[in-house]
Design a protein. Structure first.
Length: 381
């Protein structure tokens, strides 16, 4: 009580200030430890100095490690823009839709006229017609993406599932990243940055026409697919570095040597084996040279205590600083031993909200006394 009174009288000041003032009047054993305990249990200090959780970086999703699969089987999608074009005497806006293969890091770009769901579906259909139907699509929770997912699911329900399973590819599974978590989409955010930089170097005029912008985006797409994924050797005798175009076109620039085909039966068998050997060789190189680089961790590598049942947390909201909503962990999905990637929160107003663990600030148990109502947060393993 003495230390708590001193802590409050000095307006939740530094620990050394409280220790210095208390020791001049009282002899308190282990005074510094008692001050630390009082500060940890002080509601005001917890609200002022709480930091977002920085859990240890967990393993990459299976889509990033799916070897020996068709390019764009696991695809990330996002918009960039707007870009101004000239149409006659007036100017109009255009947006780019970037599709990136989460496995071999290839890129496909489509140009759309608006952010509507219809244009999003058109871009996805054009992408599937050229690159094939993906197994899984990952994106943020943009309204156009949510609407496109709903339209695709409703269209699939109207089709005979027996005919579709026999003659058509399966519907892609659409997964959404939690809001306020741009680092979940780092795979395509980094590609969008490269696209913008290349466009600024290619397009020198202020407002190009739509045809010029389309041609520039195709050139950017080819340059990004020609970028090396592995170490670039200086010695000419070393192997060529692996690029996304190796999986799309067979070489980094898409130029293959012209050879006279062997139409005999034995030659066809040998050609088939050569193609299979070449593809297996590319994937082995991907596993040995590129895959180990994905395991490097540059941040969030320090282990920390995971969120537990009953923990009181603050939901970080950049639009209302320090006036964060309270939340309490009531249920947990998955194993607590596994590293958390994201959580689903139901705030006080009972509207569904998904959030990553890094935007949740852990508070101490005494905050339970100040809650007017409890909320539920679901942490997924």
């Amino acid at each position: 009580l003495i230390v708590d009174d001193g802590h409050r009288r000095y307006r939740h000041g530094s620990q050394e200030t409280v220790v210095n003032e208390v020791r001049q009047r009282y002899d308190v054993p282990s005074l510094r430890s008692v001050c630390k305990q009082v500060r940890r249990q002080c509601r005001t200090c917890v609200l002022l100095y709480a930091q977002p959780a920085s859990p240890q970086m967990c393993e990459l999703p299976a889509a990033r490690l799916a070897a020996f699969c068709r390019p764009f089987s696991y695809t990330g999608i996002d918009y960039f823009g707007p870009m101004i074009i000239v149409n006659g005497r007036k100017t109009e806006k255009r947006w780019g839709v970037l599709f990136t293969c989460l496995t071999v890091r290839a890129v496909h770009i489509e140009l759309v006229a608006s952010l509507s769901t219809n244009d999003c579906l058109m871009a996805i259909r054009n992408f599937m017609a050229r690159r094939g139907t993906p197994i899984e699509i990952v994106s943020d929770r943009g309204t156009n993406f949510v609407g496109a997912d709903r339209e695709l699911r409703e269209a699939a329900e109207r089709v005979d599932t027996v005919i579709l399973s026999e003659f058509g590819p399966p519907d892609p599974v659409w997964k959404f990243n939690p809001p306020a978590a741009p680092h979940f989409g780092g795979s395509w955010e980094r590609m969008i940055q490269s696209v913008k930089r290349m466009l600024a170097r290619i397009i020198t005029e202020r407002h190009p026409t739509e045809a010029v912008l389309t041609a520039a985006l195709i050139e950017v797409e080819n340059m990004l697919n020609s970028r090396p994924l592995t170490h670039v050797p200086v010695d000419g005798e070393d192997e060529e570095p692996l690029t996304p175009n190796h999986f799309l076109l067979g070489s980094s620039a898409g130029m293959k040597p012209l050879v006279k085909p062997d139409d005999s039966a034995a030659g066809l068998r040998q050609n088939w084996r050569a193609v299979q050997y070449k593809m297996n060789d590319l994937w082995k190189k991907w596993v040995k040279s590129y895959l180990p680089t994905l395991t490097r961790r540059t941040k969030w590598f320090e282990p920390c205590k995971p969120l537990q049942l009953g923990d009181v947390v603050l939901i970080v909201d950049e639009n209302c600083p320090r006036n964060f909503a309270y939340a309490m962990i009531l249920t947990v999905n998955g194993e607590l031993k596994r590293l958390e990637r994201k959580g689903t929160i139901t705030p006080v107003d009972f509207s569904s909200l998904a959030a990553p663990i890094v935007v949740v600030r852990k508070a101490n148990d005494p905050l339970v006394m100040g809650l007017s109502g409890s909320v539920e947060i679901t942490v997924q393993g």
